[in-house]
Structure formats: C-alpha cells, structure tokens
Design a protein. Sequence first.
Length: 152
Amino acid sequence: MRNRTNPLIHRTTGRASRATTPVILVVDDDHGVAQALAWWLDTIGARHVAVSTAGEAVEMLQDMAFIEERFDGMLVDFRLPDAEGCEVVRSFRQTFPQAPIAMITAFADEGLRNWLREWRVRLIPKPLSKDSLAQWLREIPPRVQGAGLEQP
C-alpha cells in the first residue's frame, strides 16, 4: 500500500517514526524479486521506492535531489533491461556518496567482485537470504529527523 502524501514512498509498518525510518531505493526488473524485497522491507519497517530499469532509477535520483530528499540505501540488480546495475551505482554515488549500496545478482565473476569492492558495494548473491539483507540493512545509519540531502 502506498503512502497517501507521497505516492512514490510506501507506507511503513514498523513502530519507528516516518522521519527516522530509512528510505531504500530498490532497482530490479524481476517482479517476483522486487515484490519479495518490498514485502521484507515492509515487515522490518523500512520505506522503499521500487523501480525496474536503470533509466527509472536515475530519474528517481534526480527527482529526490530536486525535492532535497534522500535515499538511505539502495538494493540494485546487476542485470537490468536497459543497463548494468553498475551504471545505477555510479549515479547513486554521485548523489548519495555515503549511503550503503548492495548489488543483488547470481552472476558475480571476479571482475564484478573487484569493481564492487572498489565502489564500496556489498554483493548479495541470489537466491537472496533474509540474513544477508538484514546484515546489509544494519549498515544504514539512523535517519536524523529533518535531514535532507547531504551537503558536500
């Protein structure tokens, strides 16, 4: 169910206030994976925005920057229909340089693993596990009420 005040950000189900719960960008073209991630994030009380292409993700990043809001983290698939997830990581890092990122994929070769280390991106292999996702989510610092975009 979506939040009535902002149709892009899903409602939280946890006890934390909206001002302090993390907002996660989910980028995955597999509807089943995206639904599972959305369900899991809902159950732990995290807000999220889900998109299915790299283009939609970049547009969402621009929109969030425009309204001076931020994402606290991103889960991104490696193989997207219009680009590799690495392109989304680059755009996300430009806007949110400190926010944790996790790439979800079943196709991680040594070259990708090296790239992920260089860009400070956690690899979460498919099939996904709740433990891996929970461990990554613990890396996200608490949201400070009233904080918007980080200023360089």
